[in-house]
Design a protein around this ligand. Sequence first.
Ligand code: GSH
Length: 271
Amino acid sequence: MFTIRRYRVLGSFSVFCRPCSQTVAAMPTERPMKRGSACPPPPGPGKLRLYSMRFCPYAQRTRLFLAAKGIEHETINIHLKQKPKWFLLEKNPVGKVPVLEKDGEMVFESLVCNEYLDHAYPEHCLTPRDPVEKMRQSMLLSVFDQMVMSHYYSYLRASQAGDYSALSKKFGFGLQHLEKALTQPFFGGSQPGALDYNLWPWFERFSTIPNRSEELSERRVPRLTAWMERMLEQPAVKACHMPYELYSQFVTSFAAGDPDYDAGLGRWSSL
Ligand SMILES: N[C@@H](CCC(=O)N[C@@H](CS)C(=O)NCC(=O)O)C(=O)O
């Protein structure tokens, strides 16, 4: 069991502090900032801020790192269809989340953000120190990006048209590669590490695929399905978990061309 303590400051900010020795939760709680909004004042000296979007899997990578490492931070969600000008001009010229801000420095790209967190907050380092292991994890992530993740998005689009068969095979081929590579309880060894958290957001979303196919079944990928069960038990994963219905609500609105970045906020904010 772990508790989440949440503090509200300055309107749209949420700050999450570590209770006892337990993890920090970057639970999505706030409405996104939009075009026309004033640029928020910078975080105080030494303070860390995350620019995020509640349904973004890349931002979730960084939220998972923050939670797993117990790093105190504040979160500002960005409306990605109506981005504030200041976000593009001052935070990330590419206009994507996640972005980390600390002492006037901006760090963007989820993998860069996570590597930065391991350097800047070396306690409970998630990235392997061994160069061969680090390289192995990077290559696995690259396989995942190119074979599994990309097909997931095509899969979602195809799912709406009701045609999954060809995509399902490619998706399965990529998953088989990960299955073979998973020789310990986690990709990071006996405990989850960088690769586990960097992969997880998509595995969490696979449950939103209608008729998600045999490829991700226990019969086809027994190690990966067992890994998913273990991951679901991790405090950081629980802290950043989004209920299936909310993902579905968001995915449906996204596919319709009008992403509902506020989906579920009424319920969260009443907590
Ligand atoms: N390669 C980037 C991808 C981040 C990304 O695509 N984020 C999406 C939200 S899930 C975004 O900010 N999209 C806004 C846009 O493309 O304008 C990373 O790893 O951080």
